[in-house]
Design a protein around this ligand. Structure first.
Ligand code: MRU
Length: 356
């Protein structure tokens, strides 16, 4: 897609999982080798690695830590360790389905593997983690190609949080069409919402788009309404953490507000969603568990406390955008349009989609 490669969020090197510590961006680019499964859990919980696809990929590799000291055991014992490790990693964050999806896929792979001993099973699991990583790259490219026709020269795209390369294995989901448009000379312009409380838009989206030379303007979250009211946004594209079977979409807190605004001001509102983020087992948004995080993240900006001591704060990390507010869902295969329930079902049944 682009000639220069984006910074790699996740890599496996010298038998270790290496993660880019996103909590230090944009000021420091620090890679951290993960010591053990507890370290991986902590990195997911603290958002050192974040974004739905990226936490799935990191967890698939992270699961290897739980069994690599048990390759001399019986297969049953090995499987017990594997299942316990998967349950533990799943408990780090509840909303993005990719985490459970990747771990369940690793377990299914082990259960159906014909490896006769634990060392062979370990090697086969490693290969499955690499496949999940590789497939995620392909999903990003697919979303880029599918979403690209929505863009036009100089178009102004508003996005929220970070659904770019940092959140995935390569070009991102919401940002993939933008990177492609930039490469093909359309010079798209991005408006990045800062995304309180943890500022993924200001810290991460602005950083990675700046590296790619995409014209980007940072705004506070509360400025989106006035931009849309004055016709300065052509379309909205956000990422997605879990897409329910009826098309309701969980994404970073604040996405719902943007969808309501976009509908009010007749601005097309798209979500970008790889097949690994579709959850056919959850009928609608009401069934999606929303992660609640430490109120201190709201009390503070970074390490600096801004609220008086003793004040209560509420900190849900995600919200649910009802399907009715979504103009289209950009998947790696097609842009899905309403009625979503039917179109998601048939897209999900497509044998060309990566196995779930
Ligand atoms: O809490 P985060 O930073 O993990 O939230 C990330 C988002 O909400 C993204 O939009 C979503 O995971 C899609 S990333 C391609």
């Amino acid at each position: 897609m682009k000639e220069s490669k984006p910074v790699e969020t996740i890599r496996w090197e010298d038998d270790q999982l290496i993660l880019l510590d996103q909590t230090r961006l944009p000021h420091q680019v620090v890679f951290e080798a993960q010591r053990d499964i507890e370290h991986v859990w902590d990195s997911i919980k603290k958002l050192k690695v974040r974004g739905a696809p990226a936490i799935g990929v990191a967890a698939a590799y992270g699961l290897l830590y739980t069994v690599r000291d048990h390759v001399d055991t019986e297969r049953d014992t090995f499987m017990d360790h594997l299942r316990r490790g998967a349950d533990f990693l799943k408990s780090a964050r509840p909303t993005a389905v990719n985490l459970a999806w990747a771990l369940d896929r690793m377990i299914r792979h082990a259960e159906s593997s014909d490896a006769t001993d634990a060392p062979a099973l370990y090697r086969s699991l490693f290969e499955e983690a690499v496949r999940i990583h590789e497939e995620d790259r392909a999903l990003c490219r697919g979303i880029g190609e599918q979403g690209y026709p929505l863009l036009f020269p100089g178009c102004r795209v508003l996005t929220h949080c970070n659904a770019g390369g940092l959140a995935t294995s390569e070009w991102g989901t919401a940002l993939a069409p933008i990177y492609l448009a930039q490469e093909r000379g359309l010079q798209p312009r991005v408006v990045a919402c800062e995304t309180r409380p943890l500022l993924q838009g200001a810290r991460l989206t602005c950083w990675e788009l700046q590296q790619a030379g995409v014209e980007t303007t940072l705004v506070c979250d509360n400025m989106a309404a006035s931009l849309m009211a004055s016709s300065r946004i052509d379309l909205v594209i956000t990422g997605c953490d879990r897409l329910a079977a009826n098309g309701d979409a969980a994404n970073k807190i604040g996405t719902l507000g943007l969808a309501v605004l976009a509908n009010h001001f007749h601005v097309p509102f798209y979500i970008a969603c790889p097949s690994s983020t579709i959850d056919p087992d959850t009928p609608d948004g009401a069934g999606i568990v929303i992660e609640e995080r430490d109120p201190n993240e709201v009390h503070c900006v970074g390490d600096h406390r801004i609220a008086p001591e003793g004040i209560a704060a509420y900190n849900p990390a995600f919200d649910i955008t009802p399907a009715a507010l979504i103009t289209g869902i950009i998947t790696d295969q097609a842009i899905l349009r309403p009625p979503y329930e039917e179109h998601i079902r048939s897209a999900f049944a497509d044998p060309a989609l990566p196995s779930r």
